[in-house]
Design a protein around this ligand. Structure first.
Ligand SMILES: NC(=O)c1ccc[n+]([C@@H]2O[C@H](COP(=O)([O-])OP(=O)(O)OC[C@H]3O[C@@H](n4cnc5c(N)ncnc54)[C@H](O)[C@@H]3O)[C@@H](O)[C@H]2O)c1
Length: 114
C-alpha cells in the first residue's frame, strides 16, 4: 500500500513493543523515517533494526519517559534535527487503571486524558 509516507518523519512513543511496535513496522513498510521514543531502549533498538529490514528509510531510538516534559521535548528536537521536522506524531503510550467505567470519577477521567 502506498500511503504517501515515503521519507516522512514519524515519531512513535512506546514504539519498542506490542502495539507501538506494530505501528512502527506499519510505517516502516511505507518507507518512513521513524523516531522511537521509549524508556526501554534495548527493546526499541530491536524494533528499529527490524523496521529497517521492513523498508524504513531510517530509524533512531531516543530514550524517553513520556511523563517527563523535558525528555519529550528532547525527543522532538532529536527528530527535527535528524529528519528536518515531524510529519506524524503517534502518542501511543498512555495509562489507565482497570476498573468498571461506572466506578470512574470526573477527577480520574481528567487525570488520564490530560
Ligand atoms: N494492550 C491493551 O489492551 C491496551 C488497551 C487500552 C490501552 N492501551 C494503551 O496503549 C498503549 C500501548 O499498549 P501496549 O500494550 O503496547 O503497551 P506496553 O505496556 O506493552 O508498552 C509499550 C511500550 O511502551 C513503553 N513505555 C512504557 N511506559 C513508557 C513511558 N513512560 N515512556 C515511554 N515509553 C514507555 C514500553 O517500554 C514498551 O516498549 C499503552 O500505553 C496502554 O496505555 C493498551
Amino acid at each position: 500500500m502506498d500511503l504517501d509516507l515515503k521519507g516522512k518523519s514519524i515519531i512513535v512513543t512506546g514504539g519498542g513493543s506490542n502495539i507501538g511496535r506494530g505501528i512502527v513496522l506499519a510505517f516502516a513498510a511505507e518507507g518512513a523515517n521513524i523516531t522511537i521514543g521509549d524508556i526501554d531502549t534495548e527493546q526499541a533498538q530491536k524494533t528499529a533494526d527490524f523496521a529497517m529490514q521492513m523498508g524504513a528509510a531510517s530509524t533512531q531510538v531516543v530514550k524517553t519517559d513520556v511523563t517527563q516534559l523535558d525528555q519529550v521535548q528532547a525527543m522532538f528536537k532529536t527528530a527535527v534535527d535528524k529528519f528536518g521536522g515531524v510529519d506524524v506524531l503517534v502518542n501511543n503510550v498512555g495509562w489507565d487503571q482497570l476498573m468498571f467505567f461506572t466506578q470512574t470519577t470526573v477527577d480520574f477521567h481528567a487525570e488520564v486524558t490530560h
